[in-house]
Design a protein around this ligand. Sequence first.
Ligand SMILES: [Zn+2]
Length: 158
Amino acid sequence: MLTYEVYQLKVQQFGFINYIYLIIDKYTKKTAIVDPSWNTVTVFNLLDKLKVEVDAILLTHSHIDHVYMTDALLQRYQNAKVYMSDVECSYYNFFSRNLIRLHDMNMIRIGETNVTCILTPGHTKGSMCYLLEESLFTGDTSFFRRVWDVQGTRCKCL
Ligand SMILES: [Zn+2]
């Protein structure tokens, strides 16, 4: 049985359409939010309805439509940790309070739920994917067009 539940929220602002994800650890109710973009009130209402608080903010990359709400979240959940790849932070001068800079294959724990952080440069210099037991959060990194084998060489398009 999975140790976590995922909630998807479709949000839009400034002509962008984005998806925000909540990862809630079933046993501890520890909660991570992936790529908090906009619609802060909607997100706060959902968190309140689910009776959870944000413990971790997982950022796949530094584009504004993936990080915009980070400050608002930190004002409400002061101890939440903010995760982004070390490469991304350095290359784009990203900074936030409570920032933890990740390296390829680092592990994060959300309660009883393990998250593997996989560096996937391409969309940005330091894009990072977050892998859970049965979920992969890719941000704007697309896996639809290209498939890579384990050596990292390019395979045929499917
Ligand atoms: Zn992007």
